[in-house]
Design a protein around this ligand. Structure first.
Ligand code: SF4
Ligand code: SF4
Length: 574
C-alpha cells in the first residue's frame, strides 16, 4: 500500500475520531466571561462591505529584516542582484526568527537603514527591491499530501515560508505549532474575533476564503495533534460566520467547532478568547500552552494553507484601509513592503480633515509619524482618523482615583497603580502589579476621565525593564569574561613559576652538572642528535665532500656546540 495514502487514511480516521469526540463535547459547550471589557462603537461598516482587491504593484518595496518577534533575518542577497517573486532573500537567524521572501520580481536596489513602522520611531535595516513589473515566480513546490508528513516536517515547511502570527504580535508560527514531546494539546483555537473597531480584513477573509481558513486549521491540528479545534468568532460578523458554517458543512468538517461569542472588546485577546471558550485562565505571565491550548489567528491559518498546499511563502496580506480621513475605504491584498502612501492613494487619498494616521486599530495601533513607511507582515489596518473621530480626548489632567480603569481592565489589573509606578520609574513595583500581564488593549485609557495616556506609560515601563535586563545580562557577561581572563593569567603564571622551580631543583640536584665529564657527555649527545637529524632530513652536504677525519670531527663538534647553545636558549625562553 502507498505510504502517503496510508498516512492520509490514518489522519482522516483520527480526524473522524476527534469529530465524534467533538460532537459529544459540543453538546456541553458553555461560554464564560472575562473581567471588564468595553462595548465600543465598531465603525466596521465603513469597510466591511468592501471585497478584497489586489493592491497595485508598487515601484519599490521596502522589507525590514525584522517583521516578527525574535532576531532579525540575515540577508541572502546583495545590492544589484535580480530576485524572483517568492525567492528567499533573508534567512532566519536563530531559533526565534523568520525568513523573508521577495514579494515580487525585481532588483535589490539597497540594503540599508530605513524608517519602519515601530513605536520607537527608529530606523531598521531593510532590503529594498525595485519591481520589474513582471511578477515572475521562483519555482515553488506544493505539498498535496501533507497528511503524510510528520509534525516536524510540516513545521519546517511553515518556518521556511516565513509565516508569523498575522493577528498582530508576529510570533513565528512554527514555534507555536511545536508543543514539545511531553505536552498534549487539548484545543487549537482559531481566533476569528477581530474585536478592535474599524478593522475588517479577517472578516473579509472569512467571507471570501473560508475554505482556506479551514484547510489551514486542519494542517495546524495535524502538526499539534490537537484533540479539538474551535473557531471563535464575534457575533457582529454574521456573514463571515455563515460562510464558515457553509464551508464546514460542504467540506464535511463537523470535527471543527464554530462558536459565536458576544461582541465585547477585547475578546480577540488570546487570554480573553480562551477564557470565553473554555473557562480556563492562562496563568499570570504564562502562555496558553501551559494549559494545553494553542491559539492562532484565522489569517495565519490561511497563510499556513497557502504555504503548505500551494508552496507560497508569506509575501502578502490583507490590509483594511479605513477611517473618516480616507476618501474610499478598502480591503486590499497587499504585497509586504508596499509603501502606505501607495495604499492611501489607491483608496482615493486622504481628506484635508485627516488628523492622525494609525497602523492597526484605534486602541492598540501605533500613530505613524508619516506615510512613507512600508506595510509589514503584522500590519492589518491603516486607519486615517479625523479630529475627535474615535476616543480623542481633551487635555491631560491629574488622576482622580475614580477606579474606572480597574473596572474595565480585562486582565484584572490595577491600571492606576501601574501608571503611578511607571511614571515614577519604579519598575520593581510596576512588576509587582503584574505589568507584563497588561495586553495594552487601551480599555483603561479609553475610559480615563483624566485623559491619561496610560498605555504609553506601560509600553515605556516595559521597554525600560527589557533594556535594563539586557544591560544586566551584558554586564554579567563582561564580568564573567574578566574573571575568566584573570583566572587564566594567574594559572599560567603559577605554571611558569612551577616549571622554573622544577628545572632549578633538577640542576641543583645533579652534582656532575658543571663537571668536565658532564660537558663532554652533553656535547656527545648533542653531536649524535645533530647527526640523526641530518640523516633524517636527508640533506646532502654541500662543499663538504672528501673531508679528512679531523675536519669531519671539527664540523661535528661545532654543530654540537650550536645545538647545545640552541637548547639552552630554548630553556631560558621557557
Ligand atoms: S481612570 Fe484615570 S483618573 Fe480614574 S483612576 Fe484610572 S487613571 Fe486615575
Ligand atoms: S491596557 Fe493594560 S492595564 Fe489597561 S485595561 Fe488593557 S490590560 Fe488593563
Amino acid at each position: 500500500m502507498d505510504l502517503a495514502l496510508s498516512s492520509r487514511d490514518h489522519t482522516e480516521a483520527a480526524e473522524r475520531m476527534m469529530q465524534n469526540h467533538t460532537d459529544t463535547a459540543r453538546v456541553h459547550r458553555h461560554l464564560w466571561r472575562f473581567h471588564g471589557g468595553l462595548h465600543l462603537p465598531d465603525h466596521k461598516s465603513l469597510s466591511s462591505g468592501q471585497q478584497i482587491q489586489p493592491a497595485a504593484l508598487p515601484k519599490h518595496l521596502v522589507l525590514p529584516l525584522q517583521q516578527h518577534i525574535g532576531a532579525p533575518a540575515k540577508p541572502l542577497v546583495e545590492v544589484g542582484e535580480h530576485v524572483l517573486k517568492g525567492q528567499m532573500i533573508a534567512q532566519a537567524d536563530g531559533f526565534v526568527s523568520a525568513p523573508l521572501h521577495a514579494p515580487t520580481s525585481g532588483t535589490v536596489s539597497a540594503i540599508e537603514e530605513r524608517a519602519v513602522p515601530h513605536p520607537s520611531g527608529l530606523t531598521a535595516l531593510c532590503i529594498v527591491i525595485e519591481s520589474d513589473g513582471e511578477e515572475r515566480w521562483v519555482e515553488h513546490s506544493p505539498t498535496t499530501n501533507w497528511a503524510a508528513l510528520d509534525a516536524s516536517e510540516l513545521r519546517n515547511l511553515i518556518r521556511e515560508a516565513g509565516i508569523v502570527g498575522l493577528g498582530g504580535a508576529g510570533f513565528p508560527s512554527f514555534i507555536k505549532l511545536n508543543p514539545g514531546a511531553r505536552t498534549e494539546i487539548d484545543t487549537l483555537i482559531l481566533n476569528a474575533a477581530e474585536c478592535e473597531p474599524y478593522i475588517t480584513c479577517d472578516d473579509r477573509l472569512m467571507r471570501e476564503r473560508a475554505d482556506e481558513v479551514i484547510a489551514g486549521a486542519r494542517i495546524m491540528r495535524h502538526a499539534l495533534h490537537a484533540r479539538h479545534v474551535v473557531i471563535g468568532i464575534e457575533d457582529n460578523k454574521p456573514e463571515a460566520h455563515a460562510a464558515l458554517r457553509e464551508a464546514l458543512a460542504r467540506l464535511d468538517r463537523s470535527d471543527i467547532e464554530l462558536i459565536q461569542v458576544p461582541t465585547l472588546y477585547p475578546t480577540g485577546g488570546e487570554k480573553q478568547l480562551i477564557k470565553i471558550l473554555t473557562g480556563k485562565e492562562v496563568p499570570s505571565q504564562g502562555l496558553p500552552i501551559d494549559i494545553n491550548i494553542v491559539c492562532h489567528n484565522v489569517a495565519t491559518a490561511a497563510a499556513v494553507h497557502r504555504a503548505v498546499e500551494l508552496g507560497e511563502p508569506l509575501i502578502s496580506r490583507i490590509v483594511t484601509v479605513t477611517g473618516g480621513g480616507v476618501v474610499a475605504p478598502h480591503n486590499l491584498e497587499v504585497l509586504i513592503g508596499t509603501p502606505i502612501d501607495d495604499l492611501l492613494a489607491q483608496c482615493g487619498g486622504t481628506r484635508p480633515t485627516l488628523a492622525r494616521l494609525v497602523l492597526g486599530g484605534p486602541l492598540m495601533g501605533i500613530t505613524l509619524p508619516h506615510r512613507a513607511l512600508p506595510i509589514t507582515k503584522t500590519g492589518n489596518c491603516i486607519l486615517a482618523l479625523t479630529p475627535g473621530e474615535f476616543g480623542q480626548h481633551g487635555p491631560v489632567r491629574n488622576c482622580i482615583r475614580c477606579g474606572e480603569c480597574a473596572r474595565v481592565c480585562p486582565a484584572s489589573l490595577l491600571p492606576q497603580q501601574l501608571y503611578w509606578h511607571a511614571r515614577a520609574k519604579d519598575f520593581d513595583h510596576a512588576q509587582d502589579y503584574n505589568l507584563f500581564d497588561c495586553i495594552e488593549c487601551g480599555c483603561c485609557a479609553y475610559v480615563c476621565p483624566a485623559n491619561l495616556p496610560l498605555v504609553q506609560y506601560y509600553r515605556y515601563a516595559k521597554t525600560e525593564i527589557w533594556a535594563q535586563a539586557r544591560d544586566k545580562k551584558k554586564s554579567e557577561l563582561a564580568r564573567e569574561r574578566h574573571d575568566f581572563r584573570t583566572e587564566r593569567q594567574e594559572r599560567e603564571k603559577a605554571e611558569r613559576a612551577a616549571r622554573l622551580a622544577k628545572k632549578k631543583a633538577a640542576l641543583e640536584e645533579s652534582p656532575a652538572a658543571d663537571s668536565e665529564e658532564a660537558k663532554k657527555a652533553a656535547i656527545k649527545a648533542a653531536m649524535e642528535r645533530a647527526k640523526a637529524k641530518r640523516e633524517a632530513a636527508d640533506v646532502a652536504p654541500k662543499n663538504t665532500d672528501n673531508l679528512t677525519a679531523d675536519q669531519q670531527r671539527q664540523i661535528e663538534e661545532a654543530e654540537a656546540r650550536r645545538a647545545a647553545a640552541a637548547e639552552k636558549e630554548e630553556e631560558v625562553r621557557k
